[in-house]
Design a protein around this ligand. Structure first.
Ligand SMILES: [Fe+2]
Ligand SMILES: [Fe+2]
Length: 346
């Protein structure tokens, strides 16, 4: 696939995002093409403006872009509205009023369309309609998703996003871990996550198009829904990380959990660092040909080496590790290995 060009994900719906190979997560913008009016969903960042604009203008003339939807105010989502406006694009910015209040700090002259003042709908291009699904606090108070009934597409913004070193525009079953790596860090509570997922479930969806990560086709949607519903959230609060930090620490680790801990680290860190690079790190420390055993010290070395390569790869293992300790306190005899505490502090 040529990611330097727009890619049609459904008839008249295009991915116009940027494949930044250096990054461990990609940003996706989408263009919906109409007869006379076209819409940009999450128009992207200032730093990637030129690339996005080039893709957009290869599909429609400037005058066709009538709306830009800002699912929330984050710079990766919509800071490009500033250069787009400066470049002579004339568009309404579609947002929730809680988002609009902040968008005005990008540009005071924005022509705003507040979805909460329009019954969470937008009529466009004569006979077309978009519906907006309010997803409060996930991860922003005014966050929302966009549903396009005619094509059964859910543009979910950060929800269903992912960290992926090795990226493809379309998700496969491996996407679950990449998605959890991202969403576990952002999800404030299970209640908040499930409020949004429940609303998504009421829609007939063929494609989920998130602002980060990969486009999810029908065959994987149920898998991703249930992953989000069962995912732990708010883990940096009491009951999560803090409870583990309160436990007494030890420099010993039961042999039976060593493999589990390495597996957890591997699953998640691979999404940020790439599987090949991670395997290389692990094999350098635990040389399988030598029959070298995995020990506390070797696990510590692996963690240090991963941190050295990319500290974010350590951030994404915190939540599943905390979970694992809490689910297996008897195996740990009530004490938490200090290397796990170290990871939480990293
Ligand atoms: Fe965001
Ligand atoms: Fe984002």
């Amino acid at each position: 696939m040529d990611y330097d060009k727009p890619i049609e994900i459904a008839p008249d719906v295009y991915w116009v995002g940027v494949n930044d190979k250096e990054a461990f997560f990609r940003t996706n913008s989408y263009l919906i093409k109409g007869k006379n009016e076209s819409i940009l969903i999450d128009p992207g960042s200032i730093s990637q403006f030129e690339q996005i604009k080039k893709k957009v203008l290869s599909l429609v003339p400037k005058e066709n872009i009538k709306y830009m939807i800002a699912s929330h105010q984050d710079p990766d989502v919509c800071s490009s509205i500033v250069p787009f406006a400066n470049d002579g694009f004339k568009f309404k910015t579609v947002a929730h009023s809680r988002v609009s209040a902040l968008l005005l700090f990008y540009n005071k002259q924005l022509d705003l369309y507040n979805i909460d003042e329009h019954d969470f709908k937008l009529k466009w291009d004569d006979d077309k309609e978009l519906q907006f699904i309010f997803t409060p606090y996930f991860h922003s108070p005014g966050a929302f998703a966009t549903y396009y009934p005619e094509k059964k597409i859910l543009f979910s913004s950060d929800i269903f996003g992912a960290f992926q070193k090795n990226w493809n525009l379309f998700a496969d079953e491996k996407y679950v871990d990449a998605m959890k790596s991202f969403n576990e860090l952002y999800a404030p509570s299970k209640e908040i996550v499930n409020f949004s997922v429940k609303k998504f479930r009421e829609k007939d969806i063929n494609i989920i198009a998130p602002q980060h990560g990969s486009v999810i086709k029908k065959e994987y949607i149920e898998m991703m829904f249930s992953a989000l519903e069962n995912m732990n959230a708010g883990m940096f609060l009491e009951n999560g990380e803090i409870n583990v930090l309160k436990m007494e620490s030890t420099n010993e680790i039961p042999k039976e959990v060593l493999g589990d801990i390495l597996n957890i680290i591997h699953k998640r860190a691979a999404t940020v660092i790439g599987e090949e690079k991670l395997d290389k790190i692990i094999n350098e420390v635990v040389d399988k040909n030598d029959g070298a055993e995995l020990t506390y010290d070797r696990l510590l070395q692996i963690i240090e080496e991963i941190k050295h390569r990319n500290s974010f790869a350590i951030a994404v293992v915190k939540v599943p590790l905390v979970n694992y300790v809490m689910d297996n306190t008897e195996k740990f005899k009530g004490k938490v290995p200090s290397l796990i505490k170290d990871i939480i502090y990293m």
